[in-house]
Each structure stands twice: as C-alpha cells, then as structure tokens.
Design a protein around this ligand. Sequence first.
Ligand code: CP3
Length: 344
Amino acid sequence: MTKLKNDLLLRAAKGEYTERTPVWLMRQAGRILPEYRAVRESLNGFIDLVKNPERAAEVTIQPVDILGVDAAIIFSDILVIPEAMGLPYEMQEKKGPNFPKTIQTAADLQQLKVADAASDLGYVAEAIRITKKELNGRVPLIGFAGAPFTIFTYMVEGSGSKTFSKARKMMYQNPTLSHQLLQMITDSTILYLKEQIKAGADIVQIFDSWAGILPPQQYEEFGLRYISQICDAIQEVPKTVFAKGAFFARKSIANLACDVIGLDWNMDAKESRQLIGEQKTLQGNLDPCVLYAPYDVIRKETKQMIDDFGKHRHIANLGHGVYPDIEPDKVKCFIEAVKEFSQK
Ligand code: CP3
C-alpha cells in the first residue's frame, strides 16, 4: 500500500497531533465544479456516472486538484444500497431521487434481499481502486453509506419529503416491519462498507441526513440502534457518524464505537465538545450559506469556527453539503482560511 503523503485527516480522526486542521467538504465531488458538469454531460445522466468507475474516479479527484482539500470522497450516492437490495431509483433533473416502487407492506419486503455487496456494488469498489491508484497517496479517500434510517425513509417515501409522514406512519403502525427493513438495510450496509474498505477506503462516513425529524426516543430505537451495529461491525478503519439535526442525540452518539462525530451548523462547538467529551474528533460545521457571503466574511466566520473548536481533534467542514450554486472561488477561500488560521 502507498504511504499517504497527507494523512492529516486520519491523524485528526484518531486524535493524534496535526500541524494544522484538515479540511474537506461534504458533497465536494460534483455539483459546484464546471469540470464535474462537463463529465456529467458527456454521459447519460447521474446514475451512468455513478456506475462508470473510470469517470467516477475522475470526478472524485477533481476537488483534490482544483480546491486543495485534504481528502477525497468517493463519487457515488447513498441510494445505491436500495438499488442493490432490489429497489431501483431514478435521478430526476433538478428534482432529485425518485423510486418507482416503494416498500409499504410485508409482501413488498419479501421482494427485497440483503445486498450482495461484492457483485451488486462491485462498480463502487472498482471506482475506489482506480481512485486510490490515481491519487497515489496524495490524500486519504473517504468511503460512505447512508445511515439505515435515512435509507429507510427513501425506500418508504419514494423520494425526499417535507414531513416524512409515510415513513413515520409505518414506524407507528408497523414497528415490526420497520425493524425488519432497517435490519436488512443495516446488514447490506455493513457488507458494502467492508467492500469499500477492502478496495482501499481509508475512513468511512455514515450520513444520517434525516435524523433530525425523529423525537429522541424514536431516534434511539429506529436510528442509533442500527448505526451502533455498523460501528461495532467495522473495525478496520476510523468511522464518522453525521446525524444531521440530531442535536438531542449528541450524548448517545458519543457512546457509539465511532471516531469522528459530524456536527451541523445548529450545534454549538463548545457545547458539543462538553456533551461529547474528549474521546471523539468533531467534524464541521460552518453554515453552508456563509459561502454566499463576501470573502472577508467567509474568512472571519472560518476563523471563528477554528477558534471555537480549537486546534485539536477537529476536522473542518461545512455543517451540511456544499450548495450547488456556490462559486468554487468561495469554497477555495474557505479552504485556504482553514489552512491559514489553524496552523500551529
Ligand atoms: O460528498 C460527495 O461529494 C460524494 C458524493 C455524494 C453524492 N451524494 C453525489 C450526488 C454523496 C456523499 C452523496 C450522499 C447523499 N445522497 C446524501 C447524504 C448527504 C446529504 O446531503 O445529506 C443524500 C440525502 C443523497 C440523496 C440525493 N442524491 C439527493 C437528495 C440528490 C438530489 C439533490 C442533490 O443533492 O443534488 C442526489 C443527487 C446527487 N448525489 C448529486 C450528486 C453530485 C447531484 C446530481 C447531479 O449531478 O445531477
């Protein structure tokens, strides 16, 4: 294996000394870069790109070359898991994902299987192998998956939602079916993350994008219980848990067998550190909308974030994915400000 030239992210994840704070952005691969859109337009849509390992590797590396981030994140989507379980999705231009079939009944569940990660998701492993080879040790590569609860909402709702009331209705009316589906997603996700790690992922992140819609007790039962299984099953590399909106669960998340906890911009850095303790690295959490501001404001807010988190056990990021209409130069300003202000 090639030794990493820049392993700041991995050292920060493990709580080791770093000369400065590492920085990357959720959703850095794609959307904001004209170079990404050019590749995307040369193919037949988003899913074609996800399933094309050479081109997926190319757009994975673009932000490392163009933006100067300290990590690459493999270009894919969290929705490859439902597809591998037997529930295909479409990506509708400007509207987002849509599932022609959804899960409503026990009979629907019968149609699904635990994903055979090695064969059904072999294209992701292949993209990871190519990316690792082309990165040649410049920066670590982040693998990822959706958290079971977030994947569950897409499989039941069929798309994004304001209220998620279909998914939430199932949890109240048919908790047994809900748990069966969550368990199948969890088993698939563990196999999938292990394939990503075998292919070369240096760290993995679990995205629980819709964690914040549940009351705390329900999030323990339908959300964290399954993330906990994933954290226990993955021992090979450091793990990051990002539960967007779940400010109420920070103490529970601190008890998971993970190394890094992602924070969104509603979560105060110092309060989070107090709730979580010293044993985890915190990742985040600049408001993504700060990148709409003038350059001097971006620098000032970034410095404030660095000061709030301190220079130890912090990975700088936004509090959620970068928005598609942010100018790449504003992103560069954020990245350069982190590097400048966090220097020891
Ligand atoms: O972080 C990265 O740069 C790696 C690539 C990545 C994508 N999706 C590519 C993508 C990652 C990590 C994801 C995760 C993902 N996908 C999440 C969790 C993170 C989050 O933002 O909360 C979720 C909820 C999804 C589901 C999804 N995929 C939605 C809702 C959409 C449509 C709206 C959007 O985000 O643009 C997608 C499409 C998608 N996934 C795009 C990209 C680059 C845009 C599609 C395009 O290029 O046309």
